[in-house]
Design a binder for this molecule. Structure first.
Ligand code: PA5
Length: 437
């Protein structure tokens, strides 16, 4: 059984006629669009103890020599790792000594000021890094790695630098593979049949997550549990199918924007990972639910008004966490000037959960249907389950929508324009056209 529950009590009145078994069959028989990118389906069960051991040994070696560990990557080559690391780290990780290297990200933007600050920081810290790019040709991580490779080699010398760099890329093709082989970096492979946004349980996610001090065995075990559950429950009661069917029913009823809601700020990057997963998988052919995210109660004070009374094309999916890891109670105060004594003695989590109930009821009353995804706690095992839950939910939902959930043709458009405007050889004609506009 899975620890994840899906509650649909607040989406009443929206129904769709889907047979989940049909869509599970499309996935498992590999007969749907994009079926050469289904490596994620049995990825968890194909991870061997030897492989986990190898990643852990490398991670331990890097942990020992690093105050800071830099993860160079973008999109699917960075969001999964960050989602898990931030969900399982101390909220103030960068200010407290947890015994773990501080994980820092690069190659996910082109900001000169960001890079300049990073270089100044790395001048003073012992560090190592991983460069992650399946294609090996993505501009942002390629440029960042060029700069950081230069820095690390100057700081430690070429021989030591190469012990501090791990490359994660395609097994055969791509510039990064060629570079890694010629420099002698330790490399890990991104499997051919796993797309970037489905790659968190490959070395793309597992190595940085292990360096951060997370038990990757537990993470993988959670995903394995969910994989097994899905194989054994290919019907409309499967929680991944319930989620997919509900969001498709809502989409076809005009709820074209889905807001993923959390009440735990440590899940903020989990939402960023989810946005890429669902946005890239479904947003094509003029179709697809637009994925957005909020952290409540914080954003109730900024986005709450729109959600309550704005354009009625919204639905929410709430990730509800039953048990926090810690306990904090609200103290009584003799003066009671803030008039909070009526909740004195209660746990902060009781107030948080009450805010969740109150908000769901208000938003549902305001015309925003709510799906609740309930998890018992945030730990590595549950996160592993949740990752696989959303991956399977996405594949089912994409097939129900009638799109290929595994390609992303649209992301090339800006890249071509950028190459042309930067003067990349081969793009001269497009450059002429763009400069006239
Ligand atoms: O999902 C995707 O395909 C993208 O987000 C890619 O992961 C991202 O562009 C990075 O690509 P690469 O790993 O080839 O550098």
């Amino acid at each position: 059984m899975t620890d994840i529950k899906v509650e649909l009590g607040h989406v009443k009145g929206f129904s769709a006629d889907y047979q989940a078994s049909t869509y599970f069959k499309t996935i498992y028989s590999r007969t749907g669009a994009g079926n050469d990118f289904l490596g994620w389906v049995n990825l968890p069960s194909s991870i061997t103890p030897d492989f986990i051991r190898d990643v852990k040994v490398k991670a331990e070696e890097l942990r020992k020599k690093s105050e800071v560990f830099v993860v160079v990557g973008i999109g699917g080559s960075y969001l999964g790792a960050r989602a898990v690391i931030e969900a399982l780290s101390n909220h103030f990780e960068h200010l407290v000594d947890t015994g773990n290297p501080k994980i820092i990200y690069a190659g996910h933007n082109m900001s000169e000021d960001y890079m300049s600050d990073l270089i100044k920081l790395l001048d003073k810290k012992d560090y190592s890094m991983t460069v992650i790019s399946k294609s090996g040709t993505t501009t942002e991580p390629a440029v960042a790695f060029r700069i950081l490779k230069n820095h690390i080699e100057k700081k430690y010398g070429k021989e030591e630098a190469k012990m501090r760099i791990v490359a994660i890329t395609d097994k055969a093709k791509g510039a990064l593979k060629v570079l890694s082989d010629s420099e002698g970096y330790k490399t890990y492979v991104v499997p051919d049949d796993v797309g970037g946004r489905y790659s968190v349980l490959t070395p793309v996610g597992l190595l940085p997550i292990a360096v951060a001090g997370v038990d990757i065995e537990k993470l993988v075990a959670g995903a394995q549990l969910m994989e097994k559950y899905c194989v054994e429950n290919q019907d409309n009661n499967n929680v991944t199918a319930q989620y997919a069917m509900a969001r498709q029913a809502l989409y076809h009823a005009g709820k074209t924007n889905e807001i993923l809601v959390n009440y735990e700020p440590r899940l903020c990057y989990f939402s960023e990972w989810w946005k890429q997963l669902y946005g890239e998988s479904e947003g094509k052919d003029g179709k697809g639910t637009f994925p957005a995210s909020v952290t409540f109660t914080t954003d109730l004070h900024s986005m709450g008004q729109y959600i309550q009374e704005g354009l009625r094309n919204l639905m929410e999916t709430v990730i509800s966490v039953e048990n926090p890891a810690n306990e904090v109670r609200i103290p009584a105060d003799d003066a009671n000037l803030d008039q909070m004594n009526y909740i004195a003695g209660r746990r902060l989590n009781e107030v948080n959960q009450t805010a969740e109930k109150a908000t769901i009821l208000a938003h549902v009353d305001g015309g925003v249907p709510n799906i609740r995804i309930v998890i018992p706690r945030i730990d590595a095992n549950v996160l592993g389950q949740l990752i696989y839950f959303f991956e399977m939910g996405c594949a089912l939902s994409g097939y129900m929508l009638g799109v290929n959930p595994f390609n992303q043709p649209g992301v090339e458009a800006y890249k071509k324009n950028m190459f042309a405007l930067l003067g990349k050889p081969g793009y001269e004609e497009l450059r002429e056209k763009l400069l006239k506009r």
